[in-house]
Ligand binder design. Structure first.
Ligand code: ZN
Length: 159
């Protein structure tokens, strides 16, 4: 039987419903309460391990995908920690280990860091992605597929 169902391929806009769990079963993210996630396949919009795993899936297909850190958010980089003087932070700010901070880089782009240690003089910040070093477990279902328009292809993302 010839199979003419459209399937996930490069340059298609793919819609997925997904749940992301860590190794210990903790749910980190899910599209369940939201609209499906839409992205342009083959353009690195989602983690590489998930993007690789969904090629060829048709609308309605479901899959469990396990993504190792190197195909996910990377291993924890020991060099991605940096120490700052306590005075670099507003004095009224209560800094505690595990706390996430939204910072702004030199070009005005926001990025996240996590407080790793708080000392009397210094604060150690962790600039690793919060999911670095984690094995990711995705339950994914393809819910839509469509051709990308020329603007989406030029931008490299779905609109
Ligand atoms: Zn765009």
């Amino acid at each position: 039987m010839p199979d003419n169902d459209p399937a996930v391929a490069n340059d298609l806009v793919v819609g997925i419903d997904y749940t992301l769990r860590l190794e210990d079963g903790q749910v980190i993210d899910s599209s369940e309460e939201r609209d499906p996630l839409e992205f342009l396949q083959g353009h690195g919009q989602i983690v590489p391990g998930l993007e690789q795993a969904i090629y060829g899936m048709a609308i309605g297909d479901k899959k469990e995908v396990v993504v190792e850190p190197e195909a996910g958010y990377g291993e924890v980089d020991p060099d991605a920690y940096q120490r700052f003087p306590r005075e670099a932070f507003p004095s009224e700010m209560e800094l505690e280990p595990g706390m996430g901070l939204e910072l702004v880089d030199g070009s005005g782009q926001p990025f996240l860091a996590v407080v790793a240690e708080v000392g009397p003089e210094n604060v150690l910040l962790d600039f690793n992605h919060p999911l670095a070093g984690e094995t990711l477990h995705f339950d994914v279902q393809v819910v839509s597929l469509r051709a990308a328009n020329s603007e989406e292809l030029a931008h490299g993302h779905a609109h």
